[in-house]
Structure formats: C-alpha cells, structure tokens
Design a protein around this ligand. Structure first.
Ligand SMILES: [Fe+2]
Ligand SMILES: [Fe+2]
Length: 213
C-alpha cells in the first residue's frame, strides 16, 4: 500500500526540484525530446543565434513555471489541486530539459538571470497559493495560457530550417494547453482581462531580457 507523503517528503521533493531546475545538467527528461524525431536543415549563423535567443526565452519561462508551481505547492496545502500541480511539474521538467538540450545543440547557454527569475516566481507562486485554490489554480490557468500564446508566436519567428526547435515548441504548446485546461477543471477561477494583461506584460519583459542575457 502506498505511503502517505509527509510534509518532510514534500519539502525534500521541492528541494530536489529546485536543484534539477537550476543546476547545469540537473533537469533530466523522462521522455525523449520531440527534436529527436526530425533533422535540421542548414541554418545561417544569424538564424542559429535567433533560434538560440528564442529557445533561451522558452527555457527561462519553464524555469519560472517550475518556480511558480513549487511556490504554490508550498503554501496551497494538500488539496485535490495539489497532486495535479505535481503532475504538471513533472511534465514541465521535461519541457525544461528539452529546451536546455536544444540550447546546447545550438551551441548556446541558458539565461544568466534564471536564479533571479526562479526566486521571484517562487515568491509569486507562494503568495498565490495562500489565496486559495480558485485563485492559485486560476493563476496557473492564466500563466499556462500566456506561455502557450508566446510559444505560438515563437512558431512564427523560429527559422523554418530549425526543425528540431520547432518540434520541441510544438509539443510543449500541446501540453501547456492541457495544463491550462486542467487548472480550470480543478477549480481555478478564470482571471479577468486586466489581470491577464498584467501577466502578459511581465511575460513580455522576461522574454526581452532572457533573449539577450
Ligand atoms: Fe512547460
Ligand atoms: Fe505547463
């Protein structure tokens, strides 16, 4: 019979996730990257650098989402939504590992500001978790939808020759849509337009910084 997880078990799990998110080589995907199913066409140096910038943004946003979930699971209590958050965290770890691996293939690096983004997002998640399931899961819904929209925008900006990055982004778009839907199904409240616009503005700022740094 499965043992009930204690608060200490949850804390250890969270610490493990922090390490896996931020340490070089820490995030190991449990599923093969979608990029392994395709091969690239020849890219110019300019295209490679542009792809690397976009994939760095995607990696950083996955770091932020990890931190958001972790912050929430710390304060949201052991509720029905809690286990759903943990399932999503595991899928997000795959996204993180796929983006990081693709950055490596593009001969580039993750954002140097990822630790700062992690701490900030963790704090936001922890506060949202204190506000109850409907708000915290509503926040997950809004954040996941925003991530999906940004990724759809990246599909229009990634070079057509970069078939491997495009395969990764396509798969992540599909899974973020499930996460967004599940958050509402679990009791999340749909955020108002002004709140969504606020999340969009923060997302745009993080994107601009992570593309360069
Ligand atoms: Fe993700
Ligand atoms: Fe997600």
């Amino acid at each position: 019979m499965a043992r009930q997880l204690t608060r200490t078990d949850h804390m250890i799990r969270q610490f493990d996730t922090v390490l896996r998110t931020l340490m070089p080589g820490g995030a190991q995907a449990t599923r093969p990257s979608p990029s392994t199913l395709v091969t690239d066409d020849v890219m110019s140096e300019q295209e490679r650098q542009h792809s690397a910038g976009l994939m760095r943004v995607n990696h950083t946003e996955e770091v932020c989402v990890q931190a958001l979930y972790q912050g929430q699971s710390l304060t949201a209590g052991y509720t029905e939504g809690h286990e759903q958050l943990n399932t999503a965290v595991n899928e997000e770890l795959d996204h993180l590992a796929w983006c990081k691996a693709r950055l490596h293939e593009l001969d580039s690096h993750t954002s140097r500001l990822d630790p700062l983004f992690y701490v900030t997002s963790f704090g936001v998640g922890a506060i949202a978790g204190r506000l109850g399931n409907s708000v915290s899961l509503g926040f997950v819904n809004a954040a996941e939808e925003r991530v999906g929209k940004r990724l759809e925008d990246h599909m229009t900006r990634l070079p057509m020759a970069d078939r491997r990055s495009r395969a990764v982004v396509e798969k992540i778009i599909e899974e973020e849509a499930h996460h967004a839907h599940n958050a509402l199904e679990a009791g999340g409240k749909r955020f108002s337009l002004p709140a969504r616009l606020g999340i969009r503005a923060v997302d745009a700022l993080v994107s601009r910084v992570a593309y360069r740094l």
